[in-house]
Design a binder for this molecule. Structure first.
Ligand SMILES: [Mg+2]
Length: 464
C-alpha cells in the first residue's frame, strides 16, 4: 500500500526559509526522494503559496521576513482547511523557550539547524506516514459512514414501502414473536408490528399495541382456543386459515396465520357483514323450505313432505328394527258439510281439525300431514300398534272437544273422524306402499262400519 502510494502520489512539501543555502539543501534532498517541493523565502509568500495549493507538510523557519514562523503556524492551525497539515520547525534558535513556543503554536516537530540530512528526512517521512495513515483511516471512516447511510436510506425506503403496503391493506396485518418461559414453552405472543386496520379491529391504536402482549390485550380470546392454535402455528408450522368467532366482542374474523421466525404473521378480515348475509340467507332458505313443506290452508305439513318423511323414517326404523306406524283419517261426511255450510266454512273446519290433531300428538318425531282433500295422515316413528291406537284415540277425543256442528252427518251432531291405523317393522320384504295400503284398508273398514271409529291393521307377510 505504502509503495503504491509512493509511486503514484508524491506528497507536496512547502519549505519556508530565508536562507538560500538551507532551501537548496532541503529541496534537493526531498526532490531526490521523489517529493514535490515548493520553496518560499518569506511569511507572506508562504501563506499565499499554501492558499493556492495545499501542501502535505510544511518545513518552517522561525525567523523569516514579513510574518515569522510562529504566526504562520498559528494561522494555519486556526483554519479547518489547513489545521491538519504537519508543520516541522527548522530553526537555528535552540532554546527551550523557542521550542516550547513553537509547539504551543501547533508545531508537529522541531529540528535544530544545522540539521542532519538523514535524521531530517526520517522525521519528515515519519510525519508523512502518520498523515497517510490518518488519511486512510479517514477514507475508511467516510466509506463506512456512506455505506451506513446507504443502508439506512434503503431501510427507510423499505419501511416506507412496507408501511404504505400495510396501511393501504384492506385486511388487518400484524406480526408477533413468541414469548417463552424458562423451559422454552410459549406463554404469550408479543406484537412486533400492526397496521392501523388490525389495531382498529381490536379497538386499539397501532402505537398502543406494538411491544404489548397479545393475550393481555385480548384475554377473552384465550377461551376461544385461539392461543393453542397459534402455538401450533409456531411450533409445528401449521397454517391456520379459519373463520373465527370472537365471543369477546361478538365479531367474525377470517384469520390466516403463518409461521414467521419464532412467531407468526397474521391477516385478519372482518367478515361480519358476510356472516350476517349468510345467516339471513339461511333464514330465508329455512322459510322457503318451511313454505314448501306446509299446507297453506291447514298449516300442517303437506303431501310432499309426507312422501319425504315416510321414506326417511322407514329407513331409520328399518336400520333400528323398530316399529313405524301411520294413521290415515277422513273427516266424516265432509262433502255434506261443504254443501251445508259452504266452502269457506269447510276450509275453516279443515284448519280446526288439523290443529286439533296437532294437539293430540306429543313427540317431536310424530307429525300430522294433510294427505289430500279432507284426508289427514300421522306418521309415528318408533311406535307399535298399541301406541298408535292410543294416539288415534287421542285425536278422536281432541276432534270431539272441538264440537264443530255438523247437522248433515249420519255419525254424530258434530264433526268426527274415521281413522285407519297400520304398523310395521320395516324390512326389505315390505314397502312403504304396503304400509300405506294397509292403513288405507283400515280406514275404508272404519268407514264401512259406520264411521267415527278407529280400525287397526298390522302388516303381515304375504302368504306363499
Ligand atoms: Mg531564517
Amino acid at each position: 500500500m505504502d509503495k503504491e502510494y509512493y509511486d503514484n502520489q508524491k506528497e507536496k512539501i512547502l519549505i519556508v526559509d530565508d536562507s538560500p543555502d538551507h532551501l537548496r539543501l532541503l529541496s534537493s534532498m526531498l526532490v531526490k526522494r521523489g517529493y514535490q517541493v515548493n520553496c518560499v523565502t518569506d511569511g507572506e509568500m508562504a501563506l499565499y503559496a499554501i492558499k493556492a495549493d495545499l501542501p502535505d507538510l510544511v518545513l518552517l523557519d522561525i525567523i523569516v521576513p514579513v510574518i515569522d514562523g510562529y504566526r504562520i503556524c498559528q494561522a494555519l492551525k486556526s483554519h479547518d482547511k489547513t489545521a491538519h497539515i504537519p508543520i516541522i520547525f527548522v530553526s537555528g534558535l535552540d532554546s527551550e523557550i523557542d521550542k516550547v513556543k513553537a509547539f504551543k503554536a501547533g508545531a508537529t516537530d522541531y529540528i535544530t539547524k544545522p540539521f542532519f540530512v538523514d535524521e531530517t528526512f526520517l522525521r519528515i517521512e515519519n510525519h508523512l506516514k502518520i498523515c497517510r495513515q490518518k488519511k486512510n483511516l479517514h477514507q475508511i471512516l467516510q466509506k463506512n459512514i456512506q455505506e451506513k447511510k446507504y443502508i439506512e436510506d434503503e431501510l427507510n425506503q423499505s419501511r416506507t414501502l412496507l408501511a404504505g403496503v400495510l396501511n393501504s391493506s384492506l385486511d388487518g396485518v400484524a406480526a408477533f414473536e413468541a414469548v417463552r418461559n424458562n423451559h422454552g414453552k410459549i406463554i404469550n405472543f408479543r406484537w412486533i408490528v400492526a397496521n392501523p386496520l388490525a389495531a382498529m379491529m381490536l379497538g386499539e391504536t397501532k402505537d398502543s399495541l406494538e411491544g404489548k402482549l397479545l393475550f393481555e390485550k385480548l384475554p377473552g380470546h384465550l377461551l376461544d382456543g385461539l392461543f393453542d392454535v397459534l402455538v401450533q402455528v409456531v411450533e409445528n408450522c401449521i397454517v391456520f386459515d379459519k373463520e373465527h368467532y370472537s365471543s369477546a366482542d361478538g365479531t367474525w374474523f377470517h384469520i390466516v396465520a403463518v409461521k414467521l421466525g419464532d412467531g407468526f404473521a397474521i391477516t385478519l378480515r372482518d367478515i361480519n357483514e358476510k356472516k350476517q348475509m349468510e345467516i339471513r340467507l339461511k333464514e330465508a332458505n329455512s322459510e322457503l323450505q318451511y313454505q314448501a313443506n306446509i299446507d297453506s290452508l291447514t298449516q300442517v305439513a303437506n303431501r310432499r313432505r309426507f312422501d319425504e318423511y315416510i321414506a326417511q323414517e322407514w329407513a331409520i326404523c328399518a336400520r333400528e328394527q323398530q316399529y313405524l306406524s301411520i294413521i290415515l283419517c277422513d273427516v266424516d261426511y265432509f262433502k255434506f258439510y261443504n254443501d251445508a255450510y259452504g266452502h269457506q266454512a269447510g276450509d275453516e273446519c279443515l284448519f280446526r281439525v288439523a290443529q286439533g290433531m296437532n294437539l293430540a300428538i306429543k313427540r317431536p318425531a310424530d307429525v300430522v300431514f294433510r294427505y289430500g282433500g279432507e284426508e289427514f295422515a300421522v306418521i309415528l316413528p318408533f311406535t307399535e300398534g298399541e301406541g298408535a291406537l292410543k294416539v288415534a284415540q287421542g285425536i278422536r277425543e281432541e276432534i270431539k272437544k272441538l264440537k264443530i256442528i255438523h247437522d248433515l252427518s249420519q255419525a254424530s251432531h258434530y264433526v268426527t273422524l274415521s281413522l285407519g291405523v297400520a304398523s310395521i317393522i320395516p324390512s326389505s320384504q315390505f314397502s312403504v306402499e304396503s304400509l300405506i295400503a294397509n292403513a288405507d284398508r283400515a280406514l275404508y273398514e272404519a268407514k264401512s262400519l259406520g264411521r267415527d271409529r278407529i280400525v287397526y291393521k298390522a302388516v303381515e307377510l304375504p302368504i306363499g
